[in-house]
Every structure is written in structure tokens, then in C-alpha cells.
Write a protein that binds this ligand. Structure first.
Ligand code: GDP
Ligand code: IMO
Ligand code: MG
Length: 420
């Protein structure tokens, strides 16, 4: 049995949460492998809407085991908030949510350091989610981090040591941390909540599942263009969001990877700063934002919108070894007369179809235009109902990207999903 991986191919918010929920009935275990509460994964079904941050999106489909893997970073305070909200709506996860002992903990001071770093960068700020992601992964890599398993081993001492170090850093940049005591109170309550969950050696668990022929779906967060190595650095997140991240974030061998589901929107969005070659600043972009309800599920920030970028998509498909594509938010383009697809970049007079080292304002996208379908897709149930123009759009994408599009999403609800 292999582990299938589902990951975003753009700058995040592709609709990963929705599709993980849709696919969960096919699996025994759903496991998050990187990122933390910077993620916001939205699920809609039966007139209910949920936004998950650290908790995997496989919790609403029967008694599946959901796992927070070692590659994930957890903020106990936010985790408790998430769990409390789920419990209030009748979802008790105590017996079916497992947490890796090797997952790193986001401390209150990591959040403060995230803000301090953004302030220091000024106009060059990354536009992070402010959840302490950069600082916690920095501590992990520099071998200063606190892990979930540490909660039971001299925790107070380790916590104080790390906090002392962080305070020095905050002092160095004159960053005020008067609210730390308040943040700490919430945080330690969160640690108590964490303790009520099963903390495991998750790499053993996942490999045992593989051996026992139990199917596992690995759920990515963010998107490949935010990957620390392959994204539009430095405007990226601090983890490996690509497929290889599932190996390190769960402790599985590359041989254990089965299908790689690459998910993308029929257009592109981005939150925060950083280059975005096909970004639209006109009425068309505004129309996408309004129709697609493009506001961040974590920060509420408006998402920047633009036409689909096949140069970037080909690149992320390559880096991930995508075997199946999933196209989201097709319905958002329902009213457009023409649809543009970027097939190449022109950089200082040179045409390239290869994603360049430097993605910046020197890039002029080259577009192919296709006729829009101008038909409401939101109630469609099968591909037989697809308008002719939409089929042409799909065929063009499949030909260019050389990977089949197996799922088409036509609305936010679980039911608005067409499997081909
Ligand atoms: P994730 O981070 O990849 O899980 O994506 P988000 O949940 O942050 O953002 C996707 C947004 O689009 C959510 O508000 C979803 O409810 C919504 N959504 C997902 N699929 C579709 C779709 O096919 N059509 C429309 N209109 N909305 C969708
Ligand atoms: P999901 O899983 C969209 C972006 C931030 C910022 C950059 C770095 O919902 O797709 P960070 O807080 O990680 O240090 O911020 O990455 N970002 C996301 N954008 N979706 C996400 O997650 C994101 N997680 C981080 O906006 O530009
Ligand atoms: Mg999101």
C-alpha cells in the first residue's frame, strides 16, 4: 500500500481542504505533513462551513484516524481554539486525532518574533500570517526548538530557556512584549488540551499502516510556489510544501508515495507580498475576487487574483511528480466572455516557457485566449453537462500540462465536485 499525497500547485488556498474531505472515504488515515496554523482549509457540507488550521481535513467523514505529522508546527493556544470550536459543534476528536511527538511547538514568542521580523523588513515585508511560522522553523533547523514530546520532559525548564533567548532577540529590535504573560496563559491552557490527545511516534504509525495495507492520504498545506526551496523566495513560507515534504514530514520513504494529486484553481490567487506575473489590477481581477470570494480564511486579507499561469504550473507539476490534477473554482469563471491562459513569459525581449530563477516585474506574460462558457456550472453533476467551451479549456490544459484532470470542482460544497 502506498501513501497518496494531495498538495497545492499555486500560492495556496487552491481548495485542498474541500478535496481532502471529498477523498477521505477512500482512506483509513489522513495526515498533515507540514505547515501549521498559517493554513486555513475550508470545508462546506450540509450547510455547515468549517475552517481548519492545524487539524487535518479528514475529520468529518466517519471515524477515520487523522494525524498531525512531525513536519507540522503546532501552536497549542490556536489548537485548543480549534478543538473547542469543533467540540462545540458536536465533533469530538479525542480518540481519532493523533499527534506526532516530533512536531515542533510554536511558542508565544515565535509569534512576537514573526511580527518583529515583519516590522524590521518594512516595505520588503513578506506579509506572513503572523503565526510564528518563520521563527519556529528557524528554531527547528538551528536545533533550538521545542517538540510536542518535550511536554513530558523538563518542559518548564526548556520553555523558559527558549523564551529567555527569544526575549533577548525581541529586546535587540526594541519590540514590545508586554502582552507576553497574557499569551502565555492561553498557551499553557493549550498545552493541557494537547496532553489529552494521543501523542505518538508517528513515523512508526504511518509505516505500520503501510505494512498493514491501510490507505493513507497525506494532506499538504500552502502551495508549491510558497515552498522554501522552489517557491518565489524569499516570499515563501518556511517549510517544504512539495511532495518531498511528505517524506520528511511523515517519515516515509519516497518508494511509499503513490498518487500525487496536484490541485489548482482555474485562475490564480496570492495573499501577502511577492511576485505574481499574471496578476490583474483591473476590473477583471476584481470580478474574480468578488465571484471567488477571495478573502483569506485565516487573516481575512483580500487575495490578489490573476489568470492561470501554465509556466508556473508546469514547473510545480514537475517538482512534485504530479500524477493527477484537480481543478477548482471553475464556476468562478462562469461569466467571463474570454479566458486567458499564460503560456510563456517574455523577459527583457526573450521568450521562455521555463519558470525562471528570478520572478519579478520584468516578466510580461504571453497569453492564449479562449472563449468563456458563460453558463452556470454550479449545479452540474457530471462531465456530460460541461459546456463545449469548458471542454475545450480542459483539453487545452491537459495537453499543455500532460497530466489528466480527474476532478473538477464547481462550487465550495462537498457535493459540487465532479469526478471524471
Ligand atoms: P485551501 O487552503 O487550499 O484548503 O483553500 P481555502 O479553503 O483557503 O480556500 C478555498 C476557498 O474556495 C474556500 O472558501 C472554499 O470554500 C472555496 N472553494 C473551494 N472549491 C470551490 C469551487 O469549486 N468553487 C467556489 N466558488 N469556491 C470553492
Ligand atoms: P493554505 O494551506 C495562502 C503565505 C502568507 C505569506 C507567506 C509566508 O490555506 O493554502 P507564513 O505565515 O507561512 O510565514 O507566510 O505565505 N501563506 C499562505 N497563503 N494559503 C496558505 O495556506 C498560506 N500559508 C502561508 O500569506 O505570503
Ligand atoms: Mg487556505
Amino acid at each position: 500500500m502506498k501513501v497518496d499525497v494531495l498538495l497545492g500547485l499555486q500560492w495556496g488556498d487552491e481548495g485542498k481542504g474541500k478535496i481532502v474531505d471529498v477523498l477521505t472515504p477512500n482512506y483509513k488515515v489522513v495526515a498533515r505533513f507540514q505547515g501549521g496554523p498559517n493554513a486555513g482549509h475550508t470545508l462546506e457540507f450540509e450547510n455547515q462551513k468549517y475552517v481548519l488550521r492545524s487539524i487535518p481535513s479528514g475529520i468529518f467523514q466517519g471515524g477515520k484516524i487523522n494525524l498531525i505529522g512531525n513536519g507540522v508546527v503546532i501552536d497549542p493556544a490556536l489548537f485548543k481554539g480549534e478543538i473547542d470550536a469543533l467540540e462545540a459543534s458536536g465533533h469530538n476528536l479525542t480518540d481519532r486525532l493523533y499527534i506526532s511527538k516530533k512536531a515542533h511547538l510554536i511558542m508565544p514568542t515565535h509569534r512576537l518574533l514573526d511580527s518583529a521580523s515583519e516590522v524590521a523588513k518594512g516595505d520588503d515585508k513578506i506579509g506572513t500570517t503572523g503565526k510564528g511560522i518563520g521563527p519556529v522553523y528557524t528554531d527547528k533547523i538551528s536545533r533550538n526548538g521545542l517538540r510536542v514530546g518535550d511536554i513530558f520532559h523538563n518542559f518548564e525548564e526548556k520553555y523558559q530557556q527558549a523564551t529567555k533567548r527569544h526575549k533577548k532577540m525581541l529586546d535587540n529590535c526594541n519590540f514590545n512584549y508586554d502582552n507576553l504573560a497574557e499569551l502565555e496563559e492561553e498557551w499553557f491552557e493549550g498545552v493541557e488540551k494537547l496532553k489529552t490527545f494521543k501523542m505518538i511516534d508517528s513515523e512508526q504509525f504511518v509505516n505500520d499502516q503501510i505494512k498493514q495495507e491501510n490507505s493513507v492520504l497525506a494532506e499538504g498545506a500552502q502551495g508549491s510556489l510558497l515552498d522554501i526551496d522552489f517557491g518565489t523566495y524569499p516570499f515563501v513560507t518556511s517549510s517544504n510544501t512539495v511532495c518531498a515534504g511528505a517524506c520528511t514530514g511523515l517519515g516515509i520513504s519516497p518508494h511509499s508515495i503513490g498518487e500525487v494529486f496536484g490541485i489548482f484553481k482555474a485562475y490564480v490567487t496570492r495573499v501577502g507580498s511577492g511576485p505574481f506575473p499574471t496578476e490583474l489590477f483591473d476590473e477583471v481581477g476584481k470580478k474574480m475576487a468578488v465571484k471567488g470570494n477571495e478573502f483569506g480564511s485565516v487573516t481575512g486579507r483580500p487575495r490578489r487574483c490573476g489568470w492561470i499561469d501554465l509556466v508556473a504550473l508546469k514547473y510545480t507539476i514537475m517538482v512534485n511528480g504530479v500524477t493527477q490534477l484537480i481543478m477548482m473554482k471553475s464556476d468562478v469563471l462562469d461569466e467571463f466572455e474570454t479566458i486567458k491562459l499564460c503560456v510563456a513569459y517574455n523577459i527583457n525581449g526573450e521568450r521562455t516557457a521555463t519558470f525562471p530563477f528570478e520572478v519579478n516585474e520584468d516578466i510580461t506574460p504571453e497569453y492564449v485566449e479562449m472563449a468563456g462558457w458563460q453558463e452556470d456550472m454550479t449545479k452540474m453533476q457530471s462531465e456530460n453537462e460541461f459546456p463545449e467551451e469548458f471542454n475545450a479549456f480542459l483539453s487545452f490544459l491537459e495537453e499543455e500540462l500532460e497530466v489528466p484532470i480527474k476532478i473538477v470542482s464547481v462550487g465550495p460544497d462537498r457535493a459540487q465536485t465532479i469526478i471524471r
